[in-house]
Design a protein around this ligand. Structure first.
Ligand code: SF4
Length: 376
């Protein structure tokens, strides 16, 4: 099931409207983080390493609505933390549906079965389930045995109730391209609407600093994964962003395309870095020194970054910036299989050993306490 035409139309007419108005820095997706608490403590995550008094904080539904109205983006992604742990997540979702925003509620799905009765199926609401690969790979990435089975079971339940469901996958160094491709098959067989992909970003707060990808390795890995593509694979991403990951295109980062609002305010400059906060979206746009960010700026924090939150909006902007961009998007969507013999050979190359598995107590919310490391 592809993205509904109404969503494509909403996004396309919004971007064209911004361009006709001459706006260069416009938001496409608001990254709304209503809390940082989580029921997992993934090794590659920089979001849950805050002190307890910050982890206890929630954005109120009113604060969320104010941010959404101020920003005006047609899509709202709700990551975190784990949004299903927010005590008023149903009110937040209802308020955004009433505003006709296309919502991607990003969840590890551990609580989805228990909380799904709080939500009603809607074309505006998609559960974007965090799954980092096949069973073994996912459980290692989220440091939780059994996490994959719980998530897959929750996906089946949500699909049965008529919800839109996508997956959301972060790939780190050592990911096995063959296994990632098999994972795509599994997800399509499950019946999800589409898959989102991103390379991991090297958060300085993340407990595991050894497995983040440099740009050259990122391109090579995505070329192996995304070339010789199967017809039935559906991605919930701009096709030009996928070509960017494969090394076929270069784009500058457009961090304002996916601005972040959380318990600290509007985060400068992007979802990943924290170079201060603004009190309003207008202040964020007007006071951030955007020229200091993006790989081309020479900022070491941006040197290896190719993440979705920095570059997908760049790819969407490219689609609507020229006839060439538009035709390239149509061609990539309808006709391109990306046949590549070298990429096929890459699938048989040995990959780096897997990460150690860190088993956590599911009730524990701070990864820094009592971690017990086991070898996979
Ligand atoms: S390159 Fe990455 S880290 Fe730097 S501003 Fe863009 S999204 Fe943020």
């Amino acid at each position: 099931m592809p993205v509904p035409v109404s969503q494509m139309w909403t996004v396309a007419s919004y971007v064209i409207g911004q361009k006709l108005a001459g706006r260069k820095q416009y938001p496409l997706v608001l990254m709304l983080e209503p809390l940082f608490r989580c029921n997992l403590a993934c090794a590659g995550c920089g979001k849950i390493q805050y002190p307890a008094h910050i982890l206890k904080k929630d954005l109120s539904p009113e604060e969320c609505f104010k941010a959404v109205d101020e920003c005006g983006a047609p899509m709202v992604s709700i990551p975190g933390g784990e949004p299903l742990m927010h005590p008023e997540i149903d009110k937040i979702v209802d308020g955004l549906v009433a505003r006709k925003k296309y919502i991607y509620l990003c969840t590890n799905a551990l609580l989805l079965k228990e909380k799904i009765h709080l939500f009603k199926p809607s074309k505006y609401l998609t559960f974007s389930v965090h799954l980092d690969g096949q069973r073994e790979e996912h459980d290692l990435a989220v440091c939780r045995e059994g996490g994959y089975d719980i998530a897959v079971d929750a996906v089946k339940g949500a699909l049965k109730r008529g919800f839109r469901v996508t997956t959301n996958t972060t790939l780190f160094d050592g990911a096995n391209p063959k296994s990632v491709r098999a994972f795509f098959d599994e997800m399509m067989d499950l019946g999800v609407e589409g898959m989102m992909l991103s390379p991991g970003y090297s958060y300085d707060k993340a407990p595991d600093q050894k497995h983040f990808l440099g740009r050259a390795r990122t391109r090579r890995m995505f070329r192996a994964i995304l070339s010789n593509r199967k017809k039935n694979w559906q991605f919930n991403l701009s096709p030009l962003f996928l070509e960017f990951l494969m090394g076929k295109r270069t784009y500058p980062c457009t961090p304002w395309g996916m601005p972040t609002y959380n318990v600290f305010g509007w985060q400068k400059p992007c979802y990943l870095l924290q170079d201060g906060y603004a009190e309003s979206f207008k202040e964020l746009i007007e006071t951030t020194e955007w020229q200091n960010y993006g790989t081309e700026s020479g900022n070491p924090a941006c040197a290896n970054c190719m993440v979705h939150s920095g570059y997908e909006a760049s790819a969407v902007n490219a689609t609507f910036s020229s006839l060439e961009g538009f035709l390239a998007t149509v061609k990539a969507t309808l006709f391109t299989k990306y046949e590549d013999k070298d990429a096929l050979r890459m699938l048989d190359e040995p990959t780096a050993p897997v990460n150690p598995l860190i088993q956590i107590n599911p009730t524990q919310q701070n990864a820094s306490r009592d971690l017990q490391e086991t070898r996979a």
